[in-house]
Design a protein around this ligand. Sequence first.
Ligand code: FO1
Length: 307
Amino acid sequence: MFVTLAGGVGAARFLAGLTAVVPPEAVAAIVNTGDDLELYGLAISPDLDTVLYTLSGRVDPERGWGLAGDTTHVLEALAALGEQPFFRLGDRDLATHLFRTARLRSGQTLTEVTALLAGRLGVRSQVLPMANEPVRTRVITPEGELAFQEYFVARGHRDDVLALRFVGAEAARPPPEALAALAAARAIIIAPSNPFVSIGAILAVPGYREAIATARVPRVAISPIVGGQALKGPADRMLRTLGHEPSALGVARLYRSLVDCFVLDTLDAELASAVAALGMQPLVTNTIMRGPAERAALARVVVEAVQ
Ligand code: FO1
């Protein structure tokens, strides 16, 4: 089993590459749920849905989230009622949230509901939430403390991030299926996701750090930073405002003692010796995933490295 810790868009694209080079059944994704939110009574899990939609070939390819070709009639009708929904929920995407919310209310766990969704969407990999218990990422900024999607979507991640809180993480636990996947792993991969709000949220749940640190299988992380810039989102600025070097090396330092191998983009080849000095094997390759061929090529490099 290739077990991947995953955030949203970057991780989903990498997972699409991975499932193109190894059998999808041999892949398990443990996905961040710190970005989850409730809107109009609906339970929304953006990163889980991004992974499910990408692996089932349904994702909007430009945005990397939401369903391709979706409409927003419900959102427009809400606006006509005087509401100002900041989160763009597509009409067909709403079906996923209705499906999830109804089943959670009837007592099923998020792991069970996600497995059901994966099955119905034809996703053959295991897609697991990092926890069944709610964990909510809170972002401390100079303007005050914000809910994650208020920071990310409503305010366009323009605020400096001074600190993060993962409310509920201490009481949360990895679902048994996630621990079983880690125990059965032939490799553990940290996807090119935000190390603070995506991977950091997963590692904030007691149990993951220990399971990964003590795993006797190859562990690889892929840098989400190329040439000092995040490929998507605010990871580069977060590195800076949280007191780290805004580079792939800054990310490598965060994963020190957690992974054996760190994948750097060819643009960052000069950082390889500094990564090696941290006790990680540097692996230099193209990490920018513009399309299916590049996703598969990156995944192939990672798979070859762990074999
Ligand atoms: N991202 C945005 O930037 N704006 C949105 O309105 C938005 C809506 C949305 C709806 C459903 C969904 O599954 C994802 C959505 N995202 C949106 C993406 C998501 O909020 C972020 O990319 C992640 O939370 C960060 O990993």
